[in-house]
Write a protein that binds this ligand. Structure first.
Ligand SMILES: NC(=O)c1ccc[n+]([C@@H]2O[C@H](COP(=O)([O-])OP(=O)(O)OC[C@H]3O[C@@H](n4cnc5c(N)ncnc54)[C@H](O)[C@@H]3O)[C@@H](O)[C@H]2O)c1
Length: 249
């Protein structure tokens, strides 16, 4: 399993859920994975999990909404591995569940800072490193909430729609520099975030999904690995739903 042998890949928000599953999948395919998260304890747990499966990784703490942290994430990656080939900009938060008129400014700012500004800051520092390496691939994490409206998470919906626009803009700007930029748009996926959003009762969301079930983090990871690989070499600027049919309804 060496699809990513000698490739250095950053995964943000790798301390849990989709990020953890994807970091592990990259490591199993031979990558040197930079496991990054705002939560050091969880990030270190992911790193342990990867090491226990003979994978290669380093944990670097980073709050993606903090420019100095993101700059340090890329710099430390380059100091450690020399090159950056790929990044999964996955870190995100759903914030508080509240309708538009009840959404506080604090909640709005926190979600936009993490889910939208965070993706931009990551690309701002990753892209020059990838140009230096002769090219690279970025996958940003949007959501079905980036493709359609969902009630009671206005800042999340706005930020995930923004991620799709940013992905297209970056894909255009760097297409001739051998950098591909795509996004994934997961539907309901079994993680702590979904637990919080549904209050622990996933059944109504499963019932609302055409495939009749909640997705698994490894199903998102498989798609991210494909989008990051040369097997999708002519794909850029796309936002791919991994949603059991949700947005086709
Ligand atoms: N689970 C779903 O149903 C679902 C659906 C669509 C999109 N997504 C997206 O997938 C991504 C991962 O979600 P998940 O379900 O695995 O969530 P999760 O809450 O299980 O994990 C998110 C991880 O991101 C980290 N994180 C949060 N804020 C951060 C910050 N400022 N800087 C760095 N790390 C930070 C957390 O510590 C955590 O380890 C998110 O962008 C989310 O919006 C999830």
């Amino acid at each position: 399993m060496d699809l990513y042998k000698n490739k250095t890949i950053i995964v943000t928000g790798a301390g849990a859920g989709i990020g953890r599953a994807t970091a592990l999948a990259f490591a199993i395919e031979g990558a040197d994975v930079v496991v990054s998260d705002i939560d050091e304890k969880r990030g270190v747990e992911t790193a342990r999990l990867i090491h226990s499966q003979d994978g290669s990784c380093t944990f670097i703490g980073c709050d993606v909404s903090n420019e100095a942290d993101v700059k340090n994430l890329v710099k430390t990656t380059l100091d450690r591995y020399g090159k950056l080939h790929g990044a999964f900009n996955n870190a995100g938060t759903e914030g508080e569940v509240a309708q538009m008129t009840e959404c506080s400014l604090e909640n709005w700012n926190k979600v936009i800072d993490t889910d939208l500004k965070g993706v931009w800051l990551c690309m701002k520092y990753e892209i020059p490193a990838m140009i230096e390496a002769g090219g690279g691939t970025i996958v940003n994490c949007s959501s079905i909430a980036g493709l359609v409206g969902i009630e009671a998470i206005p800042a999340y919906v706005a930020s995930k729609h923004g991620v799709i626009g940013l992905t297209q803009a970056a894909a255009l700007e760097y297409a001739k520099k051998n950098i591909r930029v795509n996004a994934v748009c997961p539907g309901p996926i079994h993680t702590k975030m979904l637990d919080r959003f549904t209050g622990g009762n996933e059944e109504p969301m499963a019932a609302k999904t055409p495939m009749g079930r909640i997705g698994r983090p490894d199903e998102v990871a498989d798609t991210v690995l494909w989008l990051m690989s040369s097997k999708s070499s002519y794909v850029t600027g796309q936002s791919l739903a991994i949603d059991g049919g949700w947005v086709s309804q």
